[in-house]
Design a protein around this ligand. Structure first.
Ligand SMILES: Nc1ncnc2c1ncn2[C@@H]1O[C@H](COP(=O)(O)OP(=O)(O)OP(=O)(O)O)[C@@H](O)[C@H]1O
Ligand SMILES: [Mg+2]
Length: 332
């Protein structure tokens, strides 16, 4: 497979107007404006092969949307190089848009006053989509995204989940080779999320569309992506398989124990103990099987307390990712 997205030493700094507080500060600012600089994307490099589906994650303010905007040509980089499908996005935007689709979950791309179908007609015209292709795509997306019931209703009347599906179809009508999804599942319920994930995955597999998928929901990633890029504070923290992230944790375990009575006094060396929200009778005990055996821990628990219920499990991907964000684990 050939490389289709190539990013080298990408940087973007925002100049932020620093406002003074109160009246005096405001006046002072008019005459002596002060600025702060925020390195939103700091020397990021990666390359993506044709047909790959990459999860792009990181905490709030990490620089994900800024990167997606530069990739889609909306924003100029300060330095570094981007090539996507042979184009330099911010320089060849006009020709480039035919090859890409962009979905911003936070901001609708289709007209509020029109129905999705009316917007699609406009898009057909703008992108000069041939009749046959337009009809095929429209029928397919309407069915797969279950849009039949609302495709003729003004977008302003749609629920968030319906609007998002309408938006996703809009971004794909012209059969782009590459699609950037920036939080396409934000605010959507479980069923809606599932529809979107299945649709995205299906398109990646059957149409071989290259995709970058930004999200805060690790289930989105687990259900769709094999590869993960993690960024934080503008820098790339990890680039590799999702499997690999989990593998580093094969010997991590969590015991969830429910006790019969209070007080619960636990003296368990080489473990980390945390509370379960709204349940004083439950505790989570995290440990590593290389350091403590399950047997040893269970014996210690049973000898000191009356246990009502106990279960043991592997850490969920969410917990692992949280530890990476918090710097508790250093990847690579
Ligand atoms: N237009 C802008 N002007 C000034 N600062 C900006 C602008 N856009 C983004 N930033 C800043 O750049 C940093 C990265 O923002 P970005 O939107 O890329 O983060 P993100 O990873 O998408 O976060 P989130 O998960 O919250 O969407 C933040 O500190 C943000 O405040
Ligand atoms: Mg964002």
């Amino acid at each position: 497979m050939e490389t289709i997205i190539d990013v080298n030493n990408l940087c973007k700094t925002f100049k932020i107007h620093k406002r003074g507080t109160g009246f005096k500060g405001a006046v002072k600012n008019i005459f002596h404006p002060t600025y702060e600089y925020k390195k939103a994307v700091n020397n990021v490099s990666f390359s993506i092969k044709e047909g790959e589906m990459v999860g792009f994650i990181g905490p709030n303010g990490a620089g994900k949307s800024t990167t997606v905007k530069m990739l889609s040509g909306i924003l100029y980089p300060d330095s570094g190089d981007i090539t996507v499908a042979g184009y330099v996005p911010h320089k060849q935007r006009k020709e480039y848009v035919a090859d890409i689709g962009v979905v911003f979950g936070q901001k609708s791309q289709i007209s509020w006053d029109l129905s999705p179908l009316d917007s699609y007609e406009v898009i057909k015209h703008i992108y000069k989509i041939p009749d046959k292709k337009y009809k095929e795509n429209l029928e397919r997306f309407t069915e797969l995204l279950d849009m039949g019931k609302f495709i003729n209703q003004p977008v302003r009347q749609l629920s968030l989940g319906q609007r998002m599906r309408a938006d996703i179809a809009a971004a794909l009508l012209h059969s782009p080779k590459i699609v950037f999804f920036d939080e396409p599942t934000i605010g959507i319920d479980v069923v809606g999320k599932d529809k979107i994930r299945k649709f995205i995955k299906m398109l990646n597999q059957t149409d071989n569309i290259t995709m970058i998928f930004t999200t805060h929901d690790m289930q989105d990633i687990e259900k769709t992506c094999e590869r993960l890029i993690i960024i934080d504070d503008g820098k790339k923290l990890y680039d590799g398989s999702l499997e690999n992230v989990k593998k580093g944790y094969v010997s991590s375990r969590i015991i969830e124990a429910e006790f019969e009575s209070l007080p619960i006094t636990l003296d368990l060396p080489r473990t980390e103990i945390s509370d379960v929200e709204n349940n004083a009778m439950k505790k989570l005990i995290s440990f590593n099987t290389d350091e403590v055996s399950v047997n040893e821990l269970m014996t210690a628990l049973m000898n000191t307390h009356n246990i009502k219920d106990v279960s043991i499990r592997e850490p969920e991907i969410d917990a692992i990712i949280r530890d990476i964000y918090e710097g508790k684990i250093v990847m690579n």
